[in-house]
Design a protein around this ligand. Structure first.
Ligand SMILES: [Fe+2]
Length: 243
């Protein structure tokens, strides 16, 4: 699928805050549905780079990333975001790969041998403790680790909120955005995921309260328009039925 995503320029590092960048990528299909992709890069205080949900490498994206510093960490932040981890590992063999619980099994079920160095949990490892906070969200179906970069007050989500802009999506998908509650500006947790959290409401509520307590200024999402301001208010809006 080569048509524009609406987030052009793609495969280009875009500054978000000091030491935080994102890059928008092309489409990926998931159960037949097209999703525009996005990755986030954080430069840690030692100068090493932390790469969240790396996207395809086109137009020299990896070379541009190298220009920011050495790639030390590759992060597969939820159980279904791993597609380009192997090719980033091939380019950066010294990088440590961190994965959400379940991502390795999921990759294996799709015929991908995903090698992880560490599995992520609720507590940040010493590698980024004090700089990036994290919490594991787990519904039984969906598993995702959320991250908060303290210095820039940037919350980095993957699929926990999706916020598709209808004008950027194929016409036939627009009713699905409304049904799935993932339509800009009122992007929320996708309905199927929200249903999967029904039996773990207290867990989800605690997670949302933790994210609100972090008081993020901005919230980066993997799909659709991310929230570049009023992040805490956006969390209260998106999770209003959980609080
Ligand atoms: Fe996703």
């Amino acid at each position: 699928m080569n048509r524009p995503t609406g987030y052009e320029p793609l495969y280009t590092l875009k500054p978000v805050a000091p030491d935080v960048w994102l890059a928008d990528g092309g489409w990926i299909r998931f159960y037949g549905l097209p999703f525009p992709t996005r990755m986030t890069v954080v430069r840690l205080t030692d100068g090493g780079l932390w790469v969240h949900s790396p996207i395809a490498d086109r137009q020299g994206l990896k070379d541009a990333v190298v220009g920011l510093g050495p790639v030390r960490h590759l992060v597969a932040p939820n159980w279904i975001h791993y597609a380009w981890i192997p090719e980033w590992q091939a380019r950066f063999p010294a990088a440590i790969t961190w994965g959400c619980p379940g991502v390795q099994a999921r990759a294996r079920s799709r015929g991908v041998a995903l090698a992880l160095d560490h599995v992520l949990g609720d507590d940040p490892p010493p590698d980024w403790e004090g700089q990036i906070d994290q919490r594991l969200a787990e519904s039984g179906l969906h598993r995702e680790v959320v991250f908060f970069h303290r210095r820039s007050r940037t919350l980095i989500l993957t699929d926990l909120i999706e916020n598709f802009e209808p004008a950027k999506m194929p016409c036939w998908m627009r009713p699905l955005l409304w049904l799935g509650r993932i339509r800009d500006p009122d992007g929320r947790m996708p309905l199927d995921m929200a249903i999967s959290f029904q039996r773990r409401k207290a867990h989800l509520r605690a997670l949302v309260r933790c994210m609100i307590d972090w008081q993020p200024e901005r919230v980066i999402l993997a799909h659709g328009r991310w929230y570049d301001r009023d992040g805490t208010a956006e969390l209260r809006r998106a999770f209003r039925d959980v609080l």
